[in-house]
Design a protein around this ligand. Structure first.
Ligand code: KG4
Ligand code: ZN
Length: 291
């Protein structure tokens, strides 16, 4: 509910910024640079953040840098491993996006493929919702699927007919819903763990399959995996297994840097500001819903 989300942002943004400062043990006078997410995302929520950041930067007479949310997810990989060798092939898997990027240098990313329908996280969230397991679906599927047999349900890894690097998860979601209906899988089913492990497994394999295809084209020196779904242990393991087999260095941020966080937004802003220093806030920054 976008309208409710915007209103909630208005209610909480000052408290969240205040708490971040107090946890860091600093006041506003210690802030030299303001970073704010411009998009993509819910336009109302983005506008709340943007207006708040503009107000702060204007009042404190400090520079303000606009950041792309997806670029920030990719940057999260460099926070803990600044020396990652280029060219980099990046897989971003979040609740709203599933995409592959090539990066030849810092702050440059070229989109190679994206989802044509659901994002991977969205597919996990929808299946969990359908089973009444709550939101977000990824963590609960991971928890309840632990110990399940990932081969118990015959899911096929989807392939796009035109051999592009685009993803599609809607077919998998439909196949999962069919299994749920046919086998009458419910919340307290003894077969639930097998079903969830099988679904998680095919999602992870689909993602890694695309990485494999992209490696053939990009010939990267390193691989990075980011976004909320990158917290998933099965996906992390499949990704690392593939990288080892392909003899490539692979990097996955610590779980807390995979899901949305402010550190990754600040990290992009620092690099952008170092490249293009300015002393005044850019008050013309605008929000965008889509990339
Ligand atoms: O990147 P993120 O925090 O927000 C977006 O930008 O969308 O990603 C949120 C997504 C949700 O779909 C959530 O279900 C998924 O990340 N997620 C996980 C796990 N933790 C979060 N998916 C699988 N396994 C997890 N452990
Ligand atoms: Zn995100």
């Amino acid at each position: 509910m976008p309208e409710l989300a915007s209103r909630q942002h208005i209610k909480t943004i000052a408290a969240v910024v205040g708490e971040a400062l107090s946890r860091a043990g600093v006041g506003l006078d210690a802030v030299d640079l303001y970073a704010v997410t411009q998009g993509p995302g819910l336009i109302g929520s983005l506008l709340v953040g943007l207006s708040f950041a503009k107000g702060l930067a204007y009042y404190r007479k400090k520079p303000l840098v606009g950041v792309d949310h997806l670029e920030a997810h990719l940057e999260a990989c460099f926070l803990e491993s600044p020396g990652i060798a280029y060219p980099v092939l990046g897989l971003l898997v979040s609740g709203g996006h599933t995409a592959l990027y090539r990066m030849d240098e810092p702050l440059s990313c070229v989109l190679l493929g994206r989802t044509r329908d659901d994002a991977a996280g969205e597919a996990l969230d929808k299946i969990a919702k359908f089973l009444g397991l709550g939101y977000p679906g990824g963590p609960v599927i991971e928890k309840l699927g632990r110990g399940g047999d990932p081969k118990a349900f015959p899911f096929a890894v989807p392939r796009t007919k035109d051999r592009s690097l685009d993803f599609s998860f809607s077919g998998l979601k439909t196949a999962a819903l069919k299994h749920i209906r046919e086998r009458r899988i419910v919340r307290d089913d003894p077969g639930l763990a097998d079903f969830l492990a099988s679904f998680e497994e095919v999602v992870a394999r689909t993602l890694v399959d695309h990485v494999r295809a992209a490696v053939e084209i990009v010939r990267p020196r390193s691989l990075v995996l980011c976004g909320g779904v990158a917290r998933n242990a099965r996906l992390r393991a499949r990704f690392q297994d593939f990288a080892r087999g392909a003899d490539l260095d692979a990097y996955v941020p610590s779980p807390k840097l995979c899901t949305d966080n402010a550190a990754m937004v600040g990290a992009v802003a620092l690099k952008k500001h170092a490249r293009c220093p300015t002393e005044t806030p850019d008050l013309d920054l605008d929000a965008y819903a889509r990339s």
